[in-house]
Design a protein around this ligand. Structure first.
Ligand code: PLP
Length: 957
């Protein structure tokens, strides 16, 4: 046979094991074929009867040609729309070395601090920049978007309110509509009333617990709120401000005029608009609230040798501990984008940021002057970057002329809004002025505009001019040449373990390949440069992509329709539960408020349920890790009158395909409830079964797990939800861009399609895999997991398995027995670093265990290397068990070992330096050094330091 029609398959690059390796692994498992293994692992009653109906798989090259054609359908006009989204110049050194660099984007959330010091430092820099710019003491390491950050602030201030009878959140009418939309959604379940009214002292009534200000306001104007804040505080009313991060380089920061919380979007700091995202929202507040802050906070501590070290503080896995009492359900946030924004601040420094902000403001003033000169009525007396021009009945003509020149303005009630940004130039102002001149039938002479440049007054009221310094720390004042910046980025990257180094076998998190071809289009201008509210005829490429992805994911999940609004799995949970709530309400059953959740559920499940106003009732699991069906039935029947839903993860978080899942869904339906499936484990379902087929009503997908969006060190993510036909009418709508029907719930995110630009990644994955490829990937994931299980089960007991002794795509290794000789699961996690590996998931869903998920992307060689490491560690534990080595002074307790420790002149450990650093031969060829020793967790929580400490401060500590 000739090779004329030979075609490379992407699938063969995505999956790890070569055909012959897969065969060896199957033999090791004692089965004849992959299909035989799948029959043993997946119960027959849930197996799909037909294969996925998806387009034929494309080669990488054919895919790039296709996505180029789609990109060309998006029109990138110059955006002056504003409304929270601005064009930016991404410094190329950041684009290539962070955003386009797998060393950064394939990192996991920094739970294992010793091999994550680089991103922890970058995130600490983010917190420092935010705290400086907003004028508040403490900031977190990002939230999902500006609107949800405002909602988180509302909830935090509500929980911490002094007057417990107050339930009104006073909101300025001068706020972006998408923010108000999300606030409305989030307020309903916990009984908060949103009152939209002017921010006047007279409106500060007793029933208000907090007030929300937008600064500058949605219309672009700037007001001094010092007196208002003081009056509010006198009445025990707290203040939340939504601030524009670029403007506060010139304006008095809200923290200085009395805001208790400041939230906003950091998109303007060098992150493309991306048709809505992803970008990092920020959240800053006073010290007094430090234990109430939602999301992740990075804090300073020290390592075992007393060296400077960073870690995630306080809220680490907060929902896992507090569950339905958690202050927020936020899990995946926007780490990579926060890191980009922080590097932007590092690269430009305080003077650079000020110069950029001042240019924006000066160009806006210039435009203002020119338009007035032309006889236009520019309404805003104060502004940073936004003008409003009353054009009355000329709107149509003006809009047409603007479009002719490929300019997008914001049109509202006969007023044209123009918001300038970092990319606006003098020439752009000329173009805009010519458009306005033409409408008036006037000619325009460029010389005139030039002559105005030096006659600009001030557009910022004197009392709102910023006088305090910011970004004063040396980190923001040292890396302003590209060489210095490049080396700084690389020095941080080098401290972090990512998929560039080794497998990251994190159970539940599905750290699979993020293929380069999947990532390439992300930074194309035709995806990055679109405003989420751009006119629809400019976004048809995006709409094609979203529609096709909707069809494909509907086919994969067995559902009728998807919503792409949720920006994370947890937000998908919340959105899905709100859809269920609307469904019950439509049937006159709004009293249904009981949500059943198995004890083994991920912590975000109960946290989301409580945010949706539901009462959580826990269902037991049996000794095999399955839902206790008798207990489920009893609780469903007991609560039948008020049963709202069941939240269930499938395969279970114990890594097992429960046989009884269909019956479980039926029990819930019989008792009037809906089934919410947590789709985090979808990687074990695709092509073999589906949530719709099993009988669920709603399911979220973590596109950043199953569908190849990289984890980015803790975000971005996308958590679209799929629903059965009866729930379609209730899918989320959006105040600015209509995307659902009359019965649709209000928005759950600021942007209509969430972080739309990263949908290109999942789209690429499905397009290049095709139905068969996706199904093979699922089977391979199950093969890889069962291979690890078989190799390790005589060393570590494996908790739970299906009826035939097979696991699904992940398994739990029990490490609790080692406690009797003082070895904790955490010691194993740290010792794995010496072997060059990131630990599996620690202590979820069972305390004292490791949950391993290899994914389909790992080769047999890598799986073997990982198993060899764990087996070697087991023998190190055995030496402790045998009493050969001290329980406290051993290689596990001292792990991880840094180069500094191993090469120190002094060595007084009861094991050799070789054993410490090179316990297996492969390490001699390829060694990853942890940059710090074991970090001190409790010290970090006792004394919280959440911004970059000064050198002196650090020396004292
Ligand atoms: C990851 C995960 C979630 C939360 O998803 P995020 O995208 O991080 O918000 C929920 N449930 C399970 C089982 C998960 O593994």
């Amino acid at each position: 046979m000739s090779n004329v029609f030979y075609q490379e398959k992407f699938q063969d690059r995505h999956n790890g094991p070569r055909a012959e390796e897969a065969q060896e692994m199957l033999s090791y498992l004692g089965v004849q074929s992959l299909d035989q293994l799948i029959e043993q692992a997946v119960p027959s009653q849930i197996r799909l009867k037909k294969s996925l109906a998806l387009p034929k798989a494309l080669s990488e090259k054919a895919y790039l040609a296709k996505i180029q054609r789609i990109a060309d359908k998006n029109k990138v006009f110059k955006s002056y729309i504003g409304q929270g989204y601005y064009d930016v110049t991404v410094p190329a050194v950041i684009q290539r070395n962070v955003l386009e660099n797998p060393g950064w984007y394939t990192q996991y959330t920094p739970y294992q601090a010793e091999i994550a010091q680089g991103r922890l430092q970058a995130l600490l820099n983010f917190q420092t920049a935010i705290s400086d710019l907003t004028g508040l003491e403490i900031a977190n390491a990002s939230l999902l978007d500006e609107a949800t950050a405002a909602a988180e602030a509302m909830f935090m201030l509500y929980s911490a309110r002094k007057n417990k009878t107050a339930n009104v959140f006073l909101v300025t009418p001068n706020i972006y509509p998408q923010t108000l939309d999300v606030l409305q959604t989030r307020a309903v379940p916990f009984g908060v009333e949103i009152r939209v009214a002017d921010l006047e002292e007279a409106n500060l009534t007793e029933d208000i617990f907090a007030a929300l200000i937008q600064y500058p306001a949605a219309d672009g104007t700037i007001t001094d709120y010092a007196a208002f804040s003081e009056a509010a505080h006198d009445k025990n009313i707290t203040i939340c401000a939504i601030a524009d991060l670029m403007s506060v380089a010139l304006l008095t920061p809200p923290g200085e005029w009395g805001a208790d919380v400041v939230v906003g979007n950091s998109q303007r700091f060098g992150v493309p608009m991306g048709f809505g995202g992803p970008h990092a929202a920020f959240f800053a507040t006073k010290e007094a609230y430090k234990r109430n802050i939602p999301g992740r906070i990075i804090g300073v501590t020290s390592d075992a040798s007393g060296n400077y070290a960073l870690r995630m503080a306080l809220q680490t896995r907060e929902q896992h501990i507090r569950r339905d009492k958690a202050s927020s359900n936020i899990c995946t946030a926007q780490a990579l984008l926060a890191i980009m924004a922080s590097f932007y601040a590092v690269y430009h420094g305080p003077q650079g940021i000020k110069d950029i902000a001042t240019r924006i403001n000066d160009l806006t003033k210039l435009l203002d002057k020119a338009l007035q000169e032309l006889g236009y009525d520019q309404i805003n007396e104060t502004y940073f970057d936004t003008l409003r021009i009353a054009v009355d009945d000329h709107v149509g003509a003006l809009k047409a002329e603007a479009l002719n020149n490929e300019l997008n303005f914001f049109y509202h009630d006969g007023i044209v809004g123009i918001s300038l940004d970092e990319t606006t130039t003098f020439e752009d102002i000329e173009t805009i002025v010519k458009v306005f001149a033409k409408i008036k039938g006037k000619s325009w002479n460029d010389v005139e505009l030039r002559s105005m440049v030096d006659q600009l007054g001030s557009s910022i009221p004197a009392e709102a001019v910023r006088t305090s310094p910011y970004l004063t720390h040396p980190i923001f004042n040292s890396y302003h040449s590209e060489s210095e910046m490049l080396r700084y980025i690389k020095s941080l990257e080098a401290k972090d373990l990512s998929l560039c180094h080794s497998m990251i076998p994190l159970g539940s998190c599905t750290m699979k390949l993020n293929a380069t071809t999947e990532m390439l289009p992300l930074t194309w201008a035709h995806f990055g440069g679109l405003h989420p509210f751009a006119p629809v005829d400019q976004t048809s490429g995006y709409m094609q992509l979203i529609n096709e992805l909707n069809d494909w994911l509907s086919e994969i999940t067995g559902f009728a329709k998807m919503s792409f609004q949720p920006n994370s799995g947890a937000q998908g949970e919340y959105a899905g539960l709100m859809v269920i709530r609307a469904y019950h309400e439509s049937r006159g059953e709004e009293h249904r408020n009981v949500c059943l959740i198995p004890a083994s559920a991920h912590g975000t499940n109960p946290a989301s349920a409580s945010m949706a106003g539901l009462k959580v009732v826990v269902v037991k699991c049996d000794a095999y890790g399955n839902i206790d069906v008798a207990d489920l039935r009893a609780k469903a029947e007991e609560h039948a009158a008020n049963l709202n839903s069941l939240m269930v993860t499938y395969p279970s978080t114990h890594g097992v395909f429960e046989e009884s899942i269909i019956e479980i869904c039926e029990i819930i339906h019989q008792n009037g409830g809906q089934v919410y499936m947590d789709g985090a484990n979808m990687n074990a379902q695709v092509g073999l079964t589906s949530p719709g087929f099993i009988g669920a009503d709603v399911c979220h997908l973590n596109l950043h797990k199953t569908f190849c969006i990289p984890h980015g060190g803790g975000g971005p993510g996308m958590g679209p939800i799929g629903v059965a036909a009866h729930l379609v009418p209730f899918l989320p709508n959006h105040e600015v861009v209509e995307i659902s029907g009359e019965q649709g719930i209000s928005a759950v995110s600021a942007a209509p399609f969430g972080s739309a630009s990263i949908l290109t990644i999942s789209y690429a994955y499905i397009a290049m895999m095709g139905g068969e490829g996706l199904t093979d990937a699922t089977k391979t994931a199950i093969l890889n997991a069962n291979y690890i299980k078989a190799r390790l089960e005589s060393y570590y007991p494996v908790l739970y398995a299906g009826a035939n002794g097979r696991c699904a795509h992940e398994m739990i290794l029990d490490c609790r027995a080692f406690k009797s000789v003082g070895i904790e699961v955490g010691d194993i996690a740290k010792r794995l670093m010496d072997y060059g590996f990131h630990a599996p998931t620690v202590s979820f869903p069972v305390a004292g265990t490791l949950m391993v998920e290899p994914t389909e992307s790992e080769s047999k060689a890598e799986l073997d290397r990982f198993c060899d490491a764990l087996i070697a560690i087991r023998s190190e534990i055995a030496a402790v068990e045998a009493g050969e080595i001290d329980q406290k002074d051993n290689v596990l307790k001292h792990a991880p070992h840094t180069a500094e420790i191993v090469s120190a002149d002094e060595w007084n450990r009861p094991y050799t330096r070789q054993i410490a650093a090179y316990p297996l031969p492969y390490l001699k060829v390829n060694k990853f050094w942890p940059s710090v020793g074991r970090v001190n967790d409790s010290q970090g929580d006792r004394t919280l330091i959440c911004s970059c400490p000064s050198i002196e401060e650090y020396a004292e500590a």
